[in-house]
Design a protein around this ligand. Structure first.
Ligand SMILES: [Zn+2]
Length: 145
């Protein structure tokens, strides 16, 4: 999958999971985490997001919002689903096949708006797999047009 196609598939996969009510939120399991942690998740418990005390102090818009924090965590999970694709053949026929699309979860390569912007400028591939880049793209804290 090319880098420019991945975000579209990832958005579709996350939307499907949200609409299927397969995302679970809990307020447990933040003991031992920094008070600056708003939420966390782990790939060993897919689609379970732990909301910490700080999450409830976040705003609803701008950088580090509640919605952006949820999106940040959603991008960490790996999504896998079936896709049916058909292509026209030279003899006017059609060839169809089912393929499995797997979107690997993001990492935390850079935290914060300045670090995410610097990563996007220096390494666009890694920025596409950085959770904060997804979050700030969604939140648009600098009001990009
Ligand atoms: Zn993260």
């Amino acid at each position: 999958m090319t880098d420019h196609v991945m975000p579209l598939w990832a958005i579709a996969a996350m939307t499907f999971k949200l609409q299927s009510n397969e995302i679970n939120l809990t307020c447990d399991a933040c003991d031992g985490w920094s008070p600056d942690t708003a939420a966390h998740s782990t790939t060993s418990t897919p689609f379970l997001i732990y909301l910490c005390q700080k999450y409830f102090t976040l705003g609803t818009t701008g950088a580090d919002s509640q919605g952006g924090t949820i999106l940040h965590e959603l991008t960490h999970f790996t999504y896998s689903f079936q896709e049916n694709g058909c292509e026209p053949l030279p003899n006017d026929g059609v060839a169809c096949q089912t393929q499995t699309i797997t979107i690997n979860g993001t990492g935390d390569y850079a935290y914060g708006t300045a670090a995410a912007a610097a990563l996007a400028a220096s390494n666009i591939h890694e920025a596409r797999y950085n959770a904060d880049n997804w979050e700030f793209f969604y939140e648009n804290p600098t009001n990009l047009q």
